[in-house]
Design a binder for this molecule. Structure first.
Ligand code: TRP
Length: 403
């Protein structure tokens, strides 16, 4: 069993610590301490050597999220790359819990990155829409969860996935058959104590929550998709996700060898910070904490100007003297996620950090960058038809998925 100590210490640490991070809650008193999180979860830091290796293996410039360390942690990503170097392909698995109509920019991060991985490595991808999960956790009806799953599928498709390599499924529609068989196998390996240790469930939680983790676990196993991977039981799985999903896959990796399956590998991102500052991930329920893909240019401008936490000084004199604190500055953080041009970002880092550039100028640049992104997404989403959603969600073989 991996990281047994880490897991057993988890509850104790949770009591002492100021940050609580699990799939349902991301909160911290100050800045999130990602080094501590890596230690606590027992994953590895993704260092520059990985970025260089991906560059070499894929023959294309690494994605901005890799270059900028947005994806900063991993489990066994080196093994995926070793295999790839030997000519062994893998498949990608990611997902979304459809809890809201409109996605915010943070929701797009894993999908933008997954799209790049799919293109760069030319591999198949499965995307799980956990409509069942959100129905159990939020006060959503089955019908409403299913509707949101389909709406969210449109935003996901708008990220540019290749239909000849991508299978999107909703749990309510797809769970059954070989997928369900794997769920039962996983469930038999996980005790109640274990699931409480990993996820912090209490006796007051309904049994739907306690029984859910196998649903998110089994897309990690190729045999859950007979129409795609029949006879490819050894195909490795790579999961791009935000690091709050790690507990699910710690559990999955723990049971995999007992079922004779490969452990899935992971590549994990930071949280995309709220406009108000970096103490948690953005909340879909506080409209002013995030930029949504449905926001108008005017709304983007207002939100950035009004709410984006500034690391600039309180007077121009002090700002010129001391410069901005880039560690806490949200406009700069957002630019480091989305401003492609490395040189321009470096320029802003120097000029803003030394006080020669003012917050207003940085915010203006950010508004332009975000407006363009949101516009692009809006156009792409408008072009997604119901037929396209059906095509992505059809249970079908993908004959050219590795081509
Ligand atoms: N639980 C995730 C959420 O609430 C959805 C999800 C399912 C997921 N499978 C995944 C996310 C795999 C990342 C990777 O958003």
């Amino acid at each position: 069993m991996e990281n047994n100590n880490n897991k057993e210490n988890e509850t104790k640490q949770d009591e002492e610590q100021t940050q609580v991070i699990n799939p349902w809650q991301v909160s911290s008193k100050g800045k999130i301490d990602y080094d501590k999180l890596i230690d606590q979860f027992g994953c590895q830091r993704l260092d520059q050597s990985f970025v260089d290796r991906v560059h070499r293996l894929t023959n294309r410039s690494p994605h901005i999220f890799l270059r900028r360390n947005v994806f900063f942690a991993h489990r066994d990503f080196n093994e995926i790359l070793d295999g790839y170097e030997r000519g062994e392909k893998f498949y990608l698995y990611t997902g979304r819990g459809p809890s809201s109509e409109a996605l915010h920019l943070g929701h797009l991060v894993p999908f933008m990155f997954t799209k790049y991985l799919q293109d760069a490595f030319k591999v198949p991808l499965v995307i799980q829409l956990t409509d069942d999960e959100k129905c159990m956790w939020k006060s959503l009806t089955v019908e409403e969860s299913k509707r949101l799953a389909r709406e969210n599928a449109k935003d996901i498709i708008a990220c540019g996935f290749d239909v000849s390599r991508t299978f999107i499924f909703s749990d309510f529609d797809y769970v059954g058959g070989a997928f369900y068989e794997n769920m039962v196998k996983v469930a038999k390996c996980v005790t109640y104590n274990k699931v409480v240790g990993i996820f912090g469930f209490t006796g007051e939680d309904h049994i739907g929550k306690i029984s859910f983790p196998p649903v998110q676990a089994v897309p990690s196993f190729p045999s859950s998709f007979p129409h795609l991977f029949s006879g490819k039981d050894k195909l490795r799985c790579l999961i791009p996700c935000a690091i709050d999903q790690d507990p699910y896959f710690r559990m999955t990796r723990d049971v995999a060898p007992r079922l004779g399956y490969n452990k899935p590998a992971l590549i994990e991102s930071l949280f995309f910070p709220a406009l108000q500052g970096e103490t948690g991930k953005m909340s879909a329920s506080d409209a002013n904490s995030a930029i949504y893909v449905t926001d108008t240019q005017k709304a983007i401008k207002e939100k950035v100007n009004k709410y984006a936490f500034s690391g600039g000084q309180d007077s121009i004199e002090n700002h010129r003297k001391y410069g901005a604190n880039l560690e806490v500055d949200i406009p700069f953080k957002y630019l480091s996620f989305f401003l492609e041009d490395d040189e321009e970002l470096e320029h802003i880092r120097k000029e803003y950090g030394s006080g020669r550039m003012l917050t207003g100028e940085v915010k203006k640049r950010l508004i332009d960058v975000l407006t363009e992104m949101v516009e692009r997404h809006r156009a792409a989403r408008a072009a997604v038809t119901d037929e396209m959603v059906d095509a992505f969600m059809a249970v079908r073989p993908l004959p050219n998925m590795f081509a």
